[in-house]
Design a protein around this ligand. Sequence first.
Ligand code: AMP
Length: 398
Amino acid sequence: MTDFSTHSFSGQTALIRVDFNVPLNDKFEITDDTRMRAAIPTIQKILKDGGKVILMSHLGRPKDGPTDKYSLKHLVAHLSQLLGGTTVLFANDCIGEQAYLTASMMRAGEVLLLENLRFYKEEEKGDEAFAEKLSKLGDVWVNDAFGTAHRAHASTAVIAKFFPAEKRFFGLVMEGEVKSAEKVLHKADKPFVAIIGGAKVSDKILIIENLLDRATDIIIGGGMAYTFMKAQGGKIGNSLCEDDRLDTATEILKKAAEKGVCIHLPSDSVIADKFAADAQTSVAPSNNIPDGWMGLDIGSMACQQFANVIKQSKTILWNGPMGVFEMPRFQHGTKEVAIAIADATSHGAFSLVGGGDSVAAVNQFGFTDKVSYVSTGGGAMLEYFEGKVLPGIAAVKQ
Ligand code: AMP
């Protein structure tokens, strides 16, 4: 691969795999353009160099070929606006006559958006012939779609074989994601705390196991903490629990002790008499929750306990909320953790926040600029921290 920032794209047509899988409402208006905005610096760098840009992406999960609902044409006007009025051409296919013809007529400084890749089932199948047809559109291939880096699809990975190493690039989104993920996983300054929350132990087992070899401390909060509490003989009332994962929780605690990793579970919880925003609430030790009640957030002692660990850390990885933060009465713990991370970051720690719900939480509480890096790739980020090789990264580097 070649370094994106130092390369000049002058006279070249860059075929960029972006992640423009943005939510649209029923009037086809974009309700969150974060992913589009993320790709703008990559596009602008190439245009500024005097290159041409061809963008390819998926949108949603179309089942039966082309449908208006999943057409990328709905993004054209907004993309042009984000690019400061640059003309954005659109091809109503991602391969075939019209795409090739439009591409061949482009001038330097122009942008072409191709129609949804997933209108072809070959995209998700990683079909080689389809990837080859796509590859003909560009002189160089830029992968800037971290959100799909864990998929070996035609445009995210298979296409790489049609470009020699010096014509493969990470775009700026991908470069930022890979750099910060590598820093946390392979070059972490110690103490290194991983804060894992969310609903289910089963979703986070692999990431916790991989982190046992890297982190000095692991904080476990959210609904998943109660499976650990019960595994240790605690009373958890009606709190979320995966009974088929009690042995897994015990095993994780045992392995952590053997490896000298400190696992922190919330000492107390905000409990509720039902899973509802208007529930009656109280506070109880997390391992002694009365019958009929459930833990929906970490308590104030736990906030203090976790903040102490976070503030002493030099590297912080956060995935998953500490409670049901969607409901105002159960968002205190998640907010306090965000505050502690922001504080540690302002004192020199490197903090990486990733995964849909923790990203939503830092956005909601206004902490996005107070952490070192917010990852845009939920599933891809999780798989990276599970220790898996991501096809979209490997394909560029190979
Ligand atoms: P995940 O996708 O696994 O990261 O889980 C995120 C979800 O976990 C959010 O929707 C939270 O509301 C939920 N959650 C967090 N803490 C709890 C809890 N104590 N009980 C039930 N759900 C929770």
